[in-house]
Ligand binder design. Structure first.
Ligand code: MEV
Length: 437
């Protein structure tokens, strides 16, 4: 076989169909195998093909809906797109428990993002800092002249801060522009403003501009949520509600004192937040970067990473959970405004502003985390996971129709959710009741 080359000249100019043909040929895959790449009916191919480069198809993820959410007295059905079992069920269950005491109480800061302009080779960094601060009104006016529409809807550049970072390559003068981006995620508005300010900042500093880009550590754009999970609703098989409360408090304490645990604790929070981000066409990488860097920032110089949630026991012995997390999400611009599925999901959610979306998403994060800690401190998560995993194993072993649930049930009951055992049990089932196949 001739040596294959991944240098596909003019690939980006081809139609999606031609690109599929080319990549299938490259990989030696038969042309009929392309079906899973084809966009589902009802989704405009043209829109998807213009969203990124070199498009060959789509990658459908399951879209679930979390029920029971009540945030600030309003009920929501929350669309979640992800591949992991148990997450949607866990969020829905936690939201149900929270309803007894009013659901989630949410607030958020104004949607202020940070744009960074780094200046290097500055001869007098401290002097440059003050010259830049002195020029703040003119610099803000210049930034705002780049986005009249944002100003019209009540947003715009609000403030400047200048930090000095001494490094082995010299002191970096870091200018941070604070921009209220209203209902946008904000990257475009902020990057445009940062690029516009850079020449003037270089002139004022007497140095050279290096980067001009948004920061994902969105410390000025945070959502905060608290909820009560009543002790009486937490009783489990052979476990009192009071014990469950203590178990969750110990689990949180573990995360607060150990970075290895804390990484997983925060990952569970993002299981919920990123799934809603994906469903609504938001930039989940920006949210992940923001959340994890915020957790590190919160831990301070002496720490590594802090949990994004807290848990306490109130005077009634109920569990009070809180979350505080940066939430750079938008409703206008980006995929949210063009992706047909994202648009429908936003309609289903019924949020009217990016801040409302941020509050719902932070609530999902808290719900997810509470559900994970509760399960981990009690029965463990494998029980729930395994029930769903067993269905996948059953399908992979060749079970069809009603066989899937029956085989999954037997495997879970035996605590043997494995391919080899699945095939044996399936064969057995077919021997004893062949009519079902
Ligand atoms: C799995 O995706 C998420 C959990 O590991 C979160 C946690 O441990 O808190 C269950």
């Amino acid at each position: 076989m001739a040596e294959r080359s991944s240098e596909l000249s003019g690939f980006y100019r081809k139609s999606a169909e031609d690109r599929r043909r080319a990549v299938l040929e490259f990989a030696g895959i038969e042309p009929e195998a392309e079906k899973p790449w084809l966009p589902p009916e009802g989704v405009d191919r043209g829109i998807l093909e213009r969203m990124i480069e070199n498009v060959i198809g789509t990658f459908p993820l399951p879209l679930g809906v979390a029920t029971n959410f009540r945030v600030n007295g309003k009920d929501y059905l929350v669309p979640m797109a992800l591949e992991e079992p148990s997450v949607v069920a866990a969020a829905s269950h936690a939201a149900k428990i929270s309803r007894e005491k009013g659901g989630f109480h949410a607030q958020s800061s104004p949607p202020v993002m940070i744009g960074q302009i780094s200046l290097v080779d500055v001869p007098d960094p401290s002097g440059a800092r003050l010259r830049i601060l002195e020029a703040e009104p003119e610099l803000l006016a210049l930034a705002n002249s780049k986005d009249p529409l944002l100003n019209k809807v009540g947003g715009g550049a609000r403030a400047l801060e200048v930090r000095l970072a001494p490094t082995p390559r010299g002191t970096i003068v870091i200018v941070q522009l604070h921009v209220d981006v209203r209902d946008a995620m904000g990257a475009n508005a902020v990057n445009t403003m940062a690029e516009a300010l850079a020449p003037e900042l270089a002139r004022l500093s007497g140095g050279r501009r290096n980067l001009r880009i948004i920061s994902n550590l969105a410390v000025h754009r945070v959502a905060r949520v608290w909820a009560i999970f009543p002790r009486t609703a937490l009783e489990g098989e052979g476990t009192s509600g009071a014990d469950v409360v203590e178990g969750v408090l110990d689990a949180w304490n573990f995360a607060a004192h150990d970075p290895f645990r804390c990484a997983t604790h925060n990952k569970g929070i993002m299981n919920g937040i990123s799934a809603v981000a994906i469903a609504t066409g938001n930039d989940f990488r920006a949210l992940e970067a923001g959340a994890h860097s915020y957790a590190a920032w919160k831990a301070g110089p002496g720490g590594v990473i802090a949990p994004l949630t807290t848990y306490e026991k109130n005077a009634e012995g109920d569990l009070v959970g809180t979350i505080e997390v940066p939430m750079a999400v938008g409703l206008i611009g980006g995929a949210t405004a063009v992706h047909p599925t994202a648009k429908l999901n936003v309609r289903l959610l019924g949020v009217k502003s990016a801040q409302e979306l941020a509050q719902v998403m932070a609530s999902v994060g808290l719900a997810q985390n509470f559900a994970a800690l509760r399960a981990l401190a009690n029965e463990g998560i494998q029980k729930g996971h395994m029930a769903l995993h067993a269905r996948n194993v059953a399908v992979m072993a060749g079970a069809q129709g009603a066989e899937v649930d029956e085989l999954a049930r037997r495997l879970a009951q035996e605590h043997a959710v494995r391919q080899d055992r699945a095939r044996e049990v399936l064969a057995d089932m077919r021997k004893t009741s062949p009519s079902k196949t």
